[in-house]
Write a protein that binds this ligand. Structure first.
Ligand code: ATP
Ligand code: MG
Length: 256
């Protein structure tokens, strides 16, 4: 069955301030939704709450994945249910290679969590190496990349490619991509968009957070939503992104 992520009347507080003020949004497998909105409108907050970031507090509302409320689940349990989040600002982990990190992450999703006193079971090295090489070739990533330390000294474009590589290995059912296009040159944007497009299927739903219409030329959304002051004030088709590009956020000012 295709996944369905349903966000209902979601209110979220950060350090006492209400940041999300009633978000309603449903993303189904096979759909690409683009979420746009001015700086500070709450887009990343929504992404973080979906993944279970501890600093964010849900005041009201629910988030259902296939009808099950996921707000009580730990981040790794959400990931195991098929939720994937690519962060706007990925964290460097010096000392851990890309390959080691991905092998651990993918093993924990596929083979189950590590139990108390026992380290995570790992996918056999040979099998994983073959798989990661195939994915890197598809994404036009140099194979030496796998030996580098995760996000340590990575360029903006390399970080984004690493995330799309991770997504291609984890094969999520719902992916939330927060500004996957920011800081990318034209070739990298195309490579990242191709990487996402290659994964699009009737089994995957995507929530693509972005500021610019440009990436939507490559990853075509079915729906575009505009968030202002912590809620979605307008939804439409791809034409809404073009209209926004032409008119700016003045066009939704009166809707707030
Ligand atoms: N940990 C935090 N502590 C205090 N305020 C926070 C925290 N996280 C987010 N905020 C505030 O919440 C609001 C929404 O931030 P958020 O990062 O969700 O916006 P955004 O829409 O992703 O913006 P951008 O387009 O700039 O990425 C901002 O005013 C921000 O300062
Ligand atoms: Mg953001």
């Amino acid at each position: 069955m295709g996944a369905e992520l349903a966000i209902r009347n979601l209110h979220v507080k950060v350090e006492g301030n209400e940041i999300l003020t009633g978000v309603d949004l449903t993303v189904r497998a096979g759909e690409v939704h683009s979420l746009m909105g001015p700086n500070g409108s709450g887009k990343s907050t929504l992404a973080y709450i979906l993944m279970g970031h501890p600093a964010y507090e849900v005041d009201e509302g629910e988030v259902l994945l296939d009808g099950e409320n996921i707000l009580e689940l730990e981040p790794d349990e959400r990931a195991r249910k098929g939720l994937f989040l690519a962060f706007q600002y990925p964290t460097p982990i010096p000392g851990v290679s890309v390959a080691d990190f991905l092998r651990t992450a993918v093993s924990s999703i596929r083979l189950g969590p590590s139990e108390e006193g026992r380290t995570t079971e790992l996918i056999p090295m040979r099998e994983f190496r073959k798989e990661i090489r195939e994915r890197m070739t598809e994404l036009d990533i140099d194979h030496s990349f796998a030996r580098r330390h995760l996000n340590d000294g990575f360029s903006g474009g390399e970080k984004k490619r690493a995330e799309i590589l991770q997504m291609s290995l984890l094969k999520p059912r719902i992916a939330v991509l927060d500004e996957t296009d920011s800081g990318l040159d034209i070739d990298a944007l195309r490579a990242v968009a191709d990487g996402v497009n290659r994964q699009l299927s009737s089994e995957l739903g995507v929530l693509l957070i972005t500021h610019y219409q440009r990436i939507l030329n490559y990853i075509e959304p079915n729906f575009v939503h505009i968030m202002v002051d912590g809620r979605i004030v307008q939804s439409g088709g791809p034409e809404l992104a073009h209209e926004l590009e032409a008119k700016g956020y003045d066009m939704v000012k009166d809707l707030v």
